[in-house]
Write a protein that binds this ligand. Structure first.
Ligand code: UDP
Ligand code: MG
Length: 349
């Protein structure tokens, strides 16, 4: 399943927001990695300026001035990290696209390894923080979050995964079919599947500036991930209602036991019926709410308009392929590199 060693069109997407202090140094480090790669491949870099209000825009223009392979995408305002990444992914036209943060926390040196793994046949190369220099609070909340998500969500996600990854053309096309508004790309990539490999890395500290994810921003991302990948919260009412129902049945047996043993005079008058009504009405209400929740969940999944399935490859039985079955097992996208390798048109700068 190894891919041939032809020249690849590689798009690198970097979202930046108020990174005036670090973007020049980041670009220098990135170019150190990209320069040798350019001997073998066509590498384009796309900075997505996510509505920065400092001098990031001017700094980016300086970088693009002496490199035709650098594109700058200016968003009209700050749309957030996931939206900025999406904007860059939507414009990528290469065989592979690599996304990484523009603050220096994602070491660009990994890019060569990622390309190597793509060559080896993988469609998705994820990265995983192993020795993060992040604060203990951030590490702890992140670990707890991924654990919770893997319990209540039905998409297994790599703990400590970052938005630093390589996607091949078919995966990129799949992501483009997923137009949901509340986006959690890590989950969406995991949902898409395809041959995936995880590359561990030691996260560096920021080159400068400060994190753009406030506690609120992190909570919002966690909410987007939870509610767009799990229907468990909607079913809580159903579970609570069922518990009430069980309690009502238990209460009925409890009361009955008094009558059967002739101790009914010990029961406070009215308690049995009142308690039973309370429990049964509670159960009925919660179960009804639970069913509404289930329908809302189904509607929610429908309006997301995600594809029902994704095809990785198609095997066709041709006479040559019958003699050599591996040849037919190549992913479809590998068969149409010309279209993907077209030079980017409509470059803004
Ligand atoms: N970023 C962005 N838009 C935002 C917030 C962040 O484009 O609204 C960029 C930011 O410039 C950086 C990357 O996304 O390149 C990751 O953000 P940050 O480093 O603040 O997140 P952290 O690493 O602290 O999770
Ligand atoms: Mg960062």
């Amino acid at each position: 399943m190894r891919r041939d060693r032809r020249r690849l069109a590689i798009d690198i997407v970097v979202p930046v927001y108020n990174e005036e202090a670090v973007v020049a140094e980041f670009h220098r480090q990135l170019i150190d990695v990209v320069r040798p790669l350019r001997r073998e491949h066509d590498v384009r870099i796309c900075y997505v300026n996510d509505g920065s209000v400092d001098h990031t825009g001017a700094e980016l223009l300086k970088l693009a001035a002496d490199d035709a392979g650098v594109t700058i995408l200016e968003l009209s305002r700050n749309f957030g990290h996931q939206a900025a990444l999406t904007a860059g992914l939507d414009r990528a036209e290469g065989d592979v696209v690599i996304t990484l943060d523009g603050d220096g926390q994602h070491p660009p040196e990994l890019i060569a390894d990622m390309i190597g793994l793509y060559r080896a046949g993988y469609d998705v190369v994820l990265t995983q923080r192993v020795a993060a220099e992040a604060s203990r609070f951030k590490r702890w909340t992140s670990a707890a979050f991924y654990r919770l998500l893997s319990v209540i969500g039905n998409t297994p996600m790599t703990t400590g995964s970052a938005d630093y990854r390589l996607l091949s053309r078919p995966v990129l096309e799949a992501l483009r079919q997923m137009r949901e508004y509340h986006r959690f790309l890590r989950g969406m990539v995991a949902w898409a599947g395809y041959r995936t490999v995880v590359l561990p890395y030691a996260e560096r500290s920021r080159l400068g500036g400060s994190s753009k994810y406030s506690l609120r921003g992190m909570a919002r991302l966690a909410a987007d991930a939870t509610f767009s990948f799990s229907l468990v919260p909607l079913r809580i009412a159903l579970v609570v209602g069922s518990c009430f129902l069980l309690l009502a049945v238990a209460e009925a047996f409890y009361v009955m036991s008094f009558w059967l043993t002739g101790r009914q005079h010990l029961l406070v008058p009215g308690w049995s019926s009142l308690m039973f009504m309370l429990l049964i009405v509670g159960a009925a209400l919660m179960i009804a709410v639970g069913f509404v929740g289930v329908y809302v969940g189904y509607i929610f999944q429908e309006v997301k308009r995600r594809p029902v399935y994704l095809v990785r490859s198609v095997h066709r039985a041709t006479p040559e392929a019958a003699a050599e079955p591996e040849a037919a097992a190549e992913p479809e996208a590998a068969a149409e590199p010309e279209a993907a390798a077209e030079p980017e048109e409509g470059r803004e700068r």
